[in-house]
Design a protein around this ligand. Structure first.
Ligand code: IVH
Length: 685
């Protein structure tokens, strides 16, 4: 082959390799087998070895790394690499948007681009006439380090843009993305370490006796700043490109166009980016996205919201080190480290013993945490959690704080393993652990701690709803011996004199409490069944049982087979119900309740089927003036209606109380009629 043919062949191979590399690593849609790809690379390598003058720095053969440096040169960025201001709530975002609107013309339409905020390492990539010429770290924002050789090894960073398909017969029309190379382009993006690859690498490292890497972000940063680019090349780093810093030779007028342009050139652009018409759409999207982010294969610490229009961006400008036109919407930190001072155990109403940590107070996601659940003995052991440890505390949404594990590096050696108690901390009876279960139980039916929890549950809003009888009073009444079981609540009036002598019990308070107890006698059968606190019997199952039995007495006599026939009752539930009522203490309790006047009968079922609401579907939202949601649900059902959780086209009415939220918006959008509590009652008449 004449030498110019070698040169032509090398150029052809580079195009083909870059193209297939892009299909494989960026688009996740390879066209050729690995072997065919390797053959192209090997051919190019041999050509370059035989003709060293053909080996260029932007050749894909350089992806494997090669240079080793003593240190990195420094690079001055063409423009300051700004950082972002944070917003920790939807209201913070709204306030930011208001400031943006105020700074722009009054009638300006302000679209927003929402993009995942990748938690990796910022890189700045320079392309001249389409060829990657320089790759730098962010450094202090003004100057960074020249890590070009390392970044060339990152398979998703294009060495040449646009990435074009190899010339083929019949490929007359160029695809849309196969446009001309921009004369000059500087792109900002984030290099990250995919989570699955990180986990895999750590497994290997630990198996080989090494020390695990701390987290994907630091590992990515370490790999990019490796002095030996051969080592960087062995790391499965990836890129997301998200900003154009400089561009000559093409026109892009907005962030949304910029993302599309970058994607067309062959850069990996996050597919979860979204163009939003206004701030509310952006907030809704960001909140939804933040909830789902744990399922992704990269770490993201928020959503970046950017004013879309570049002219508007320019008008808004920068304050300090952050642009006014963008904001990072983050969830307030949900994890913190604190000292575990003590482990205590709690006795639940079914006798289950739950260990929990007493913590040095720490703020997590805006709330001060002093306790966190430790689930059970196995959890403590599996995570090697010891008293005195520094532990990681996590809060996810509204759930109770969890301890995810100790920080082993911070151990002093004085930490002590926890010895799980063998007797109940309340009644000192020996604890039992059933085969195959993780939990220990106190099985003493007379255990005072269990009774306190039972009383609390019995009186709670979803159950008998006795206002004023909460945790504190439950403890007081049990400790004073006024209550030996929940039925004793109905004989509390006999202790009125003693109550009046107690601190904090004025006459009015005692009167109110007695009135609330009296009123609870009228609650429905379903509520009473739920109030008993039978294991596995929640509100829905209680409703189901109330629909099949006329009274508590009838339910208590039900045989296993009879319960088995009820659709929706699993074996575990049936066994639990039968076990409960077999207990002599339970039979005694039912009699005592009935004697006290707590003996609701089921609403006649025929009425329900042909009630005023028959065939109608309701949704309830907000706080109603006099009914709890459960009451309203019961009311609707007793008139033959159905209650569901979310508003759709099939919803007939939305019952609206105070502080109604998104359900009301949805109902308005769909044209679903709304009812107040009063209107609901009238409709039933
Ligand atoms: S925009 C002026 N967009 O988050 C533009 N940043 O302080 C500022 N980051 O380390 C950056 N994903 O590199 C932008 N989609 C994204 C981003 C993003 C991650 C990083 C950024 C910087 C930090 C912001």
């Amino acid at each position: 082959m004449p030498s110019r043919d070698f040169a032509a062949r090398a150029a052809e191979l580079r195009v083909a390799i870059n193209y297939h590399n892009h299909r494989y690593h960026v688009l996740d849609a390879p066209e050729v087998s690995d072997a065919a790809f390797d053959a192209l690379v090997n051919e190019l390598k041999s050509l370059e070895a035989a003709h060293p003058e053909l080996a260029t720095p932007d050749s894909p053969t350089q992806r494997v790394g090669g240079t080793r440096r003593a240190d990195f040169g420094s690079v001055r960025h063409p423009a300051p690499m700004l950082s972002l201001d944070n917003a920790f709530s939807a209201d913070d975002v709204r306030a930011w948007y208001e400031r943006v609107r105020k700074a722009l013309a009054a009638d300006a339409r302000v679209q927003i681009v929402a993009e995942p905020k990748i938690d990796g390492l910022t890189v700045v990539l320079h392309y001249e006439n389409g060829a990657l010429t320089l790759g730098a770290t962010r450094g202090d924002g003004v100057e960074g380090e020249d890590v070009t050789a390392n970044l060339r090894t990152v398979r998703t960073i294009p060495l040449q843009v646009p990435v074009v398909g190899p010339a083929r017969k019949g490929r007359a029309k160029r695809a849309e993305h196969e446009r001309a190379a921009p004369e000059h382009l500087v792109v900002r993006g984030e290099v990250y370490f995919p989570i699955d690859e990180f986990a895999r690498m750590n497994l290997e490292v630990v198996a080989a006796g090494g020390k695990a890497y701390a987290n994907p972000r630091n590992t990515a940063a370490g790999a990019v700043r490796q002095l030996d680019s051969k080592i960087t090349a062995t790391r499965p780093l990836r890129l997301f490109a998200y900003n154009i810093v400089e561009l000559r030779g093409a026109n892009v007028a907005s962030q949304w166009e910029a993302l599309n342009y970058l994607r067309a050139l062959g850069f990996p652009v996050n597919a979860d980016s979204k163009l939003c018409a206004d701030v509310e759409e952006a907030i809704a999207y960001a909140e939804r996205w933040l909830k789902a982010r744990d399922t992704l294969n990269y770490e993201a610490d928020g959503v970046v919201l950017k004013v879309n229009d570049f002219a508007q961006q320019a008008e808004l400008g920068t304050v300090g080190k952050a642009p006014r036109w963008a904001v990072a919407f983050k969830q307030a930190s949900q994890e913190a480290v604190t000292r575990l001072l003590e482990i205590k155990v709690n006795v639940g109403r079914t006798g289950v013993i739950t260990p929990y940590a007493v913590l040095e107070p720490v703020r997590v996601g805006g709330v001060t945490i002093v306790n966190a659940t430790l689930h059970n003995e196995d959890y403590i052991r599996a995570n090697d959690i010891r008293i005195g440890d520094r532990v990681k505390v996590k809060r996810a949404g509204e759930v109770i704080p969890q301890i995810t594990g100790p920080v082993l590096e911070l151990r002093s050696g004085d930490e002590t393993p926890f010895a799980f108690p063998t007797v109940c901390p309340s009644c000192a009876e020996a604890l039992e652990r059933a085969e195959g279960e993780a939990a220990w139980y106190c099985v003493n039916p007379l255990c005072p701690a269990q009774l306190v929890r039972q009383v609390e549950h019995f009186a709670s809003r979803g159950a008998m709803d006795i206002e004023g009888l909460g945790e504190k009073l439950s403890v007081v009444f049990v400790e004073h011996g006024f209550l030996k079981d929940v039925a004793d609540i109905y004989t509390l009036h006999k202790h009125s004199d003693e109550l009046l002598e107690m601190e904090g019990f004025a006459e009015k308070r005692v009167e109110n409490l007695m009135a609330a107890i009296e009123a609870s006698k009228g609650r429905s059968l379903a509520r009473l069944i739920y109030a008993l606190g039978i294991r596995h019997v929640g509100g829905t199952i209680a409703e189901l049982l109330a629909a099949h039995f006329d009274s508590l007495d009838a339910l208590s006599k039900a045989k296993h087979e009879q319960l088995d026939e009820i659709r929706g009752l699993g074996d575990e539930i049936v066994t639990s119900i039968v076990d409960y009522f077999q207990h002599p203490a339970a039979r005694k309790l039912i009699k005592k309740l009935a004697k006290a006047g707590v003996n609701p009968q089921a609403a006649p079922r025929a009425a329900a089927a042909s009630g005023a609401f028959s065939g109608k579907t309701f949704v309830i939202t907000g706080t109603l003036p006099s009914m709890s949601r459960e009451d309203a649900g019961g009311f609707i059902k007793s008139h033959g209606g159905k209650v569901t959780d979310s508003v759709s086209k099939k919803t007939d009415y939305l019952v609206v109380g105070e502080a109604a939220g998104s359900k009301l918006d949805k109902a308005r959008t769909l044209g679903v009629p709304t009812l107040s509590e009063d209107e609901l009652r009238k409709l039933a008449d």
